[in-house]
Design a protein around this ligand. Structure first.
Ligand code: CP3
Length: 343
């Protein structure tokens, strides 16, 4: 007899009396056991590409909190790394890549990823799968082409993704070539993650919300739509969550065009709009403000109740509206889980 995974039940639009819960970036620096292992691992990419360590870090928040989903520990920037771009993570500074900032560099980008780079990721998925309690879903992921491209172009995080937006306006054909390469590579990467044991995958488009409507359609909607089509051609019942952060009122058109099983929404979402336009069709995931989780207290209890009151009657996976912040007290995570689960 197979044991149900509540996250997968929600993805087929079966609301749960108590919503299943996991947090974006649930493995990370707010956990002392993560910081300890991270210090021993060497570089961040060494951690991502050592299957035993990546699996161990993935499991840490499951053991501590009993989340309903484990998300594979890795990063969206392993894809540019596999395309031959240099990627490093400086302690406390975030990612650094060699900038891809003119049309000659765009046109010289490799069309094929070095697939061997991904082998440890699939191995880590297998190891996590074998260790997880049967009711816990295993999630794989990739970055959406637009968000990955913004880091590839700028070579680092920027407040408004201006370098990629400018390059896309100036060199639309070269930029489209890069987006196509990321789309095809990411499609194959997700298929392989699902074959390696992921129960579902999430596509992170953290920077979708900085685009005007026409660019949103071209760079955020179209590539993710193609990834979903490509993945489903290989695995027709693949379960896919998209996180087009900041999509706002464009979320309706997004779910009309991108046939995902759920969208992850941020804390600025308007509940009546989301219920009527999104949750009537697919599941929603979200959308607690990471800052209220950090703040704690009665504001946190109220905010948890608000998410459940807003979305809990329909298919809901409780999550944050973006990743957990490193300064978040562990006690606030525990408080949130008690509040959701009623004990
Ligand atoms: O969610 C999880 O627990 C799984 C692991 C995961 C990481 N990054 C680990 C990580 C996931 C799903 C990501 C996704 C990711 N990576 C995104 C999309 C989601 C989002 O948060 O917006 C983006 C934009 C990246 C790129 C990236 N990686 C940035 C901008 C940074 C620096 C910012 C930061 O938080 O330090 C990273 C580094 C990173 N990725 C860390 C972790 C745990 C911290 C690095 C460290 O431990 O030194």
């Amino acid at each position: 007899m197979s044991i149900a995974k509540p996250v997968l039940d929600v993805l087929i639009r079966r609301p749960q009396a108590v919503p299943p819960v996991w947090f974006m970036r649930q493995a990370g620096r707010y956990l002392p056991e993560y910081r300890e292992l991270r210090a021993r691992a060497g570089s961040f990419l060494d951690l991502c590409f050592t299957p035993e360590l990546a699996a161990e870090v993935t499991l840490q928040p499951i053991r501590r909190f009993g989340f309903d989903a484990a998300i594979l520990f890795s990063d969206i920037l392993v894809v540019p790394h596999a395309l031959g771009r240099s990627v490093t993570f400086e302690a406390g500074e975030g990612p650094r890549l060699e900038p891809l900032d003119d049309v000659a560099k765009l046109n010289a980008l490799a069309t094929q990823a070095d697939e061997r780079v991904f082998a440890p990721v699939y191995e880590a998925l297998g190891a996590v799968k074998a260790a997880l309690p049967p009711n816990v879903a295993l999630l794989g992921f990739c970055g959406a082409p637009w968000t990955v491209a913004t880091y590839m172009v700028a070579g680092r995080g920027t407040p408004d993704q201006a370098p990629a937006r400018i390059l896309a306006y100036r060199e639309p054909e070269g930029f489209a070539r890069m987006i196509d390469i990321l789309t095809e590579t990411s499609s194959r990467y997700l298929v392989a993650q699902l074959k390696a044991g992921a129960d579902a995958v999430q596509i992170f488009d953290t920077w979708a919300g900085v685009l005007p409507p026409a660019e949103f359609a071209r760079w955020a909607v179209a590539p993710v739509r193609r990834i979903v089509e490509n993945v489903r051609r290989e695995i027709p019942d693949a379960k896919i969550i998209a996180f087009p952060r900041g999509a706002g009122a464009s979320l309706g058109a997004y779910v009309d065009q991108v046939a995902v099983d759920a969208v992850s929404i941020d804390w600025t979402a308007e509940p009546s709009f989301v219920r009527a336009r999104i949750q009537n069709r697919i599941a929603v995931q979200g959308n607690l403000d990471p800052l209220v989780l950090l703040a704690g207290g009665t504001a946190l209890d109220r905010a948890v109740d608000d998410v459940i009151e807003s979305y809990g009657k329909g298919p809901l996976i409780f999550n944050l509206g973006h990743g957990i912040l490193p300064q978040t007290p562990i006690a606030h995570v525990e408080q949130t889980l008690r509040r959701i689960r009623g004990r």
